[in-house]
Design a protein around this ligand. Structure first.
Ligand SMILES: Cc1ncc(COP(=O)(O)O)c(C=O)c1O
Length: 396
């Protein structure tokens, strides 16, 4: 039995995340998978990648999963598969990891931001409808939605299932149908999450996952995947991520090198079998936090919509005194983190888009108050109780 708790005078030391604990629990399986990859010399693409792709596609309930180098390249590949580029616009959120937006702007298209819902931290379908009604024009002749202000054709909506909870997808899919748009799910934080019983990654035309080590399903390096039910798009993406090759040295389209690493695929295939169990433990931890922290005056707990199975990639609390609370928890030996302190529209890299403070008030409010508590599956009950006890005695 591993003693997870390092007692430090009166305090416990609780890391924000501890990937070593997880590894120690599955060490034999992981070590074996690494050795098998070496024995097979399946270092890039190859049989480990194929096996993981098949298993991950089945897990998510889609026809094709294509392993790629990371989540950012997965998003970019999805956009390129739709030929999104200069003159196009893609609607997404500003309250996300910057990769969502980078993938759009690197195609030459314009990222267009819609504000979020304060309770779920996800894109607000109401504001999305408002945005389209107030700023866009439907051109029946060519079945195109044009953004009048930015003078771009809107091609896609990219909902981000932030923190492990899926976006309210029905209105998004309905709008996409109405306006001839594609839906690309950014599912980088939502492995195994469901909406009305449907898995993240299975609702949009395309979906992108990241397997960054800290994710619910994390590699031991960088990896990602793009998902689709569309055979043609899948074929195109397989070529795109492999230098546009149709056959060896026959480059049918312009492509890139976004192929998946064999070791990462082998490790992910081992970890996929544990994902549901880990997600339940994250839910257990979240329930305990909710039980022990309800009715705290200065702290708002995360909301979960009844349609959703939340997989708590992150457990987010919101407070007006975020920096003070972070320091207080640090002094008590508790690791926390902030996702995301500055929304993308306020980042210097995207100042050229012309947004200013106040344009996305809910995103800005959330960025100023969110704080992530430790939620990883291997946390002990004592550790959660300790975090809650410290939170309950804050400002007392
Ligand atoms: C919402 C979101 N989108 C995209 C990415 C990009 O994934 P990666 O870091 O694997 O490129 C991440 C990773 O943190 C993410 O959280």
């Amino acid at each position: 039995m591993i003693d997870y708790q390092k007692i430090n005078s009166n305090n416990m030391e609780i890391p924000f995340m501890d990937l070593k604990r997880q590894y120690l629990n599955i060490k034999d399986e992981v070590d074996k998978a690494i050795q098998e990859t070496i024995d097979a010399c399946a270092f890039v693409s190859g049989k480990m990648v194929k096996r993981f792709e098949d298993n991950f596609a089945r897990y998510c309930g889609v026809k094709h999963a294509i392993g790629v180098s990371n989540g950012t390249s997965a998003l970019y590949t999805a956009l390129k598969a739709l030929d999104v580029g200069p003159g196009d616009g893609v609607i997404t959120v500003s309250f996300t990891f910057i990769a969502t937006v980078e993938a759009i702007s690197m195609t030459g298209a314009r990222p267009i931001f819609v504000d979020i819902d304060e309770k779920s931290y996800n894109i607000s379908p109401v504001k999305l409808i408002e945005y389209i009604e107030n700023n866009c024009e439907w051109q029946e002749s060519n079945k195109t939605l044009v953004d009048k202000k930015f003078r771009v054709r809107i091609r896609a909506i990219m909902p981000v299932h932030l923190y492990g909870q899926m976006v309210d997808m029905d209105p998004i899919v309905e709008l996409a149908k109405k306006y001839n748009l594609k839906v690309i799910e950014d599912a980088a934080q939502a492995h195994g999450a469901t909406y009305k019983g449907r898995k993240a990654g299975s609702i949009g035309h395309l979906a992108a996952f990241s397997f960054y080590p800290s994710k619910n399903l994390g590699a031991y390096g960088q990896a990602g995947a793009v998902l689709t039910n569309d055979d043609k798009l899948a074929k195109k993406m397989r070529m795109f991520i492999d230098h546009g090759q149709r056959e060896r040295y026959d480059h049918a389209i312009e492509g890139w090198n976004f192929r998946m690493d064999g070791f990462q695929a082998a490790i992910l295939d081992v970890k996929l079998k544990h994902l549901d169990g880990w997600n339940s433990l994250r839910n257990r931890n979240a329930l305990l936090y909710k039980k022990y922290l309800s009715n705290l005056e200065n702290i708002r707990l995360p909301g979960t919509h009844s349609n959703n199975y939340h997989v708590y990639h992150l457990f987010i609390i919101h407070t007006n005194m975020r920096d003070e609370l972070k320091d207080y928890l640090k002094d008590a030996g508790i690791g926390t983190s902030i996702y995301y302190a500055v929304p993308v529209h306020m980042q210097p890299a995207y100042s050229y888009l012309g947004y200013k403070k106040g344009d996305l008030p809910v995103s800005e409010l959330c960025a100023s108050g969110v704080l992530s508590l430790p939620i990883f599956p291997e946390l002990s009950l004592e550790e959660i109780e300790y975090v809650c006890e410290k939170l309950r005695s804050w400002r007392k």
